[in-house]
Design a protein around this ligand. Sequence first.
Ligand SMILES: Cc1cc2nc3c(=O)[nH]c(=O)nc-3n(C[C@H](O)[C@H](O)[C@H](O)COP(=O)(O)O)c2cc1C
Length: 158
Amino acid sequence: MALTNFKGKVAIVYSSVTGNTEELVRMVASCLQSRSMSTDLFQVEDFLRANMDDYDGLVIGTYTWGNGEIPVEMKPVYQEIERQHVRELATGVVGTGDSFYPSFCGAVDEFRDMLYVQTSLVATLKVELQPQFKDYEKCEKLAELMIEKIQSRTYSTV
Ligand SMILES: Cc1cc2nc3c(=O)[nH]c(=O)nc-3n(C[C@H](O)[C@H](O)[C@H](O)COP(=O)(O)O)c2cc1C
């Protein structure tokens, strides 16, 4: 019996204006990399030129704009995932927001609903403004769940 040596690869795609979401996705990247998961970090504009097929996992990082809305620059990636209907892609969505607004991290909720239907959604994470040390633990949990999901596709040949 031979076991495949499948390790997988994750893309993190994000947008951040004042840096909170960038800090958060860098935490997630660090948690994935410390578990030996190959991880590429993209600002959303750069990811549209990359190939989603190259990845086994995708983490979306988004702030929330307007009245609980997805930022305009994140909409093309939302539409592209919806168009490709990638059920086998393990996904997570993380975001920062401000609970002063009625729809706290509304963009995370919008991505969550779409990713749940179109992909294999693993976890979501909402953070109040700038990530704190305590949020690192949550990023670790998200990274573990992503890796578990990706590696559960490892199979045996007999
Ligand atoms: C005009 C404006 C509208 C916002 N609307 C929301 C909102 O509806 N819900 C929310 O949770 N946060 C909202 N925020 C807060 C941002 O999402 C939050 O500051 C976030 O951490 C910014 O992320 P960034 O530092 O990665 O750019 C809004 C901020 C601004 C300036």
